[in-house]
Every structure is written in structure tokens, then in C-alpha cells.
Write a protein that binds this ligand. Structure first.
Ligand code: ADP
Ligand code: ADP
Length: 235
């Protein structure tokens, strides 16, 4: 059965007497260890869908379950990475990554574990650096490590590479694949970059311009590891 399970979900926003159907009767299932990308034009409800799975918002209709449990609020079981890292500016790389653990009250062997994740995202030389000293790609790696250190059942990524230059983006894509394989985690990625979706995903879900509808599910079952050239054919 699905790890992430949305059934007939609707989310309507009301502002100034105007109703926006951000999601309209959307169903989506993501299996354990699957890497799924959500693509679709701006405003089709991708962020709304991620926020519902994260427990940052709730639907008016339908059900959202992760691992068979209804989502009722945020949890370390569902890591979230924003387009721009949202790091604590006054805290070092190490301290930013450690905040994930602290929030859970895990103190034993915290230092070693934080170090492990600093190294895993390739920031060994920047463990004591502050966010303003990091490039955009480095900051996103910190945000990803901060979410992953909690061993979430699913990592939700909302255009994490959207603000990066293309070279840095390619680096981070490879890092994300490496982490996904190493930690056997489940990934749901929102992206505007079709090449990125093809390169990273097992499955691509297209959302249409009509409010929220998940129109098509394209199975991209390619053998891994995959040559980067294969993702380039749409260019
Ligand atoms: P993106 O295309 O990058 O997802 P959006 O502009 O659609 O960016 O939305 C960014 C965030 O702003 C959303 O997560 C949503 O919560 C909020 N937002 C979007 N539209 C509105 C709105 N009309 N009123 C209030 N908040 C909004
Ligand atoms: P996407 O991520 O695909 O760009 P969003 O999920 O951000 O789409 O938004 C879907 C629709 O819902 C858009 O029309 C957006 O303006 C609207 N919306 C999102 N968040 C809010 C909000 N907090 N208040 C009002 N409208 C919102």
C-alpha cells in the first residue's frame, strides 16, 4: 500500500469573497522509497499538495495519510525543504542541522550524528560557517540535511533548486540522488524543470491548469544509476 496517500482531496482558499480551488478532488499515491516529481504550471496546486502532506495545511474534503496514519499537523516524519533554505542566520551549518534533532529531543550522540550529515552533504569544510557565508547550493544542502537527519518517512521538496544557477543545480541534483539511494528515503519533489524531473524521478505526475487536477501520471522507470545524458533529450 502507499506510503503517501491522498484521496479525493479538495482545498479551497477564500480571500476577499473570492474562492480559489487550489486542489479539486485530487488523489495521489506514492510508494515507499519512490522518487516522484510533481510538475505543472504555476498556480496548479503543487505547493498546496506538499503542504497538506507536510501537515502545514489541511483539506476541506478528502483524506491525507502517511504510513496509514491521518496527517494532523507537522511532524519530523515528513521533512520539508523550501525553495530557499529558511536557515537560521545566527546559527552555524552544524547548529542549523542540529536543530532538527533538538526539536525531537534526541541528545545522545548528537554531535557525531550531526557531523555525519554535514559530511554526507559535502560541507565538512563549512561546518562552522554561517548561512551568509554559503552559496545558494550549499544553503540548500544544509536545509536537506536538517530535514533528513530526522530520518523522515518522506522528504517533501518544494522547488529546492529553483533559485540556483544551472551548474549548482546539477550538483545538487546528483547529491539528492545519492542521498535518496543511501538513505532509501521517499521523495516528493515539486519542480518546474522537466529535465530535472526526468533525471531524478521514478515517476512524474503532471498537474493540469484546471484547479489542482492530477491529469496524468507518467511512469519513468529507468535503470539506475542513470547517465546524465538521458535527461538531456528534451533540450
Ligand atoms: P509558486 O509558484 O512558487 O508555488 P505561488 O506564487 O503560487 O508560488 O505561491 C507561493 C506561496 O504564496 C504559496 O505557498 C501560497 O501559500 C502563497 N499564496 C499564493 N497565492 C496566494 C494568494 N492569492 N493569497 C495568499 N497567499 C498566496
Ligand atoms: P503552485 O505551487 O502549483 O504554483 P499553489 O499551490 O501555490 O500552486 O497555489 C494554487 C492556487 O491556490 C493558486 O491559485 C494560488 O494563488 C492559490 N493559493 C495558494 N495559497 C493560497 C492562500 N494561502 N490563500 C489564497 N490563495 C492561495
Amino acid at each position: 500500500s502507499a506510503l503517501v496517500d491522498l484521496r479525493h482531496v479538495s482545498r479551497i482558499y477564500t480571500a476577499d469573497d473570492k474562492q480559489t480551488h487550489a486542489l479539486d478532488d485530487v488523489s495521489l499515491h506514492v510508494g515507499e522509497t519512490e522518487f516522484v516529481s510533481l510538475i505543472g504550471p504555476s498556480g496548479c496546486g503543487k505547493t498546496t499538495l506538499l503542504r497538506l502532506v507536510a501537515g502545514l495545511d489541511s483539506p476541506q474534503q478528502g483524506s491525507v495519510e502517511v504510513d496509514g496514519e491521518p496527517v494532523t499537523g507537522p511532524s519530523h516524519e515528513r521533512g520539508y525543504v523550501f525553495q530557499q533554505g529558511a536557515l537560521f542566520p545566527w546559527a552555524t551549518v552544524e547548529a542549523n542541522i542540529a536543530t532538527g534533532l533538538k526539536a525531537r529531543g534526541v541528545y545522545s550522540q548528537q554531535k557525531a550524528r550531526v557531523r555525519e550529515f554535514v559530511d554526507m552533504v559535502g560541507l565538512s569544510d563549512f561546518a562552522h560557517a554561517y548561512p551568509h557565508q554559503l552559496s545558494g547550493g550549499m544553503a540548500q544542502r544544509v536545509a536537506i540535511a536538517r530535514a533528513l537527519i530526522n530520518e523522515p518517512r518522506v522528504l517533501l521538496l518544494d522547488e529546492p533548486m529553483g533559485a540556483l544557477d544551472s551548474f549548482t543545480r546539477i550538483e545538487l541534483q546528483d547529491k539528492l540522488l545519492e542521498l535518496w539511494q543511501r538513505l532509501a528515503s521517499t521523495m516528493v519533489l515539486v519542480t518546474h524543470d522537466i529535465d530535472e524531473a526526468i533525471y531524478l524521478s521514478d515517476r512524474i505526475v503532471i498537474m493540469t491548469p484546471r484547479p489542482g487536477r492530477v491529469s496524468e501520471v507518467i511512469d519513468v522507470q529507468l535503470e539506475r544509476p542513470r547517465a546524465r545524458g538521458e535527461a538531456g533529450f528534451l533540450r
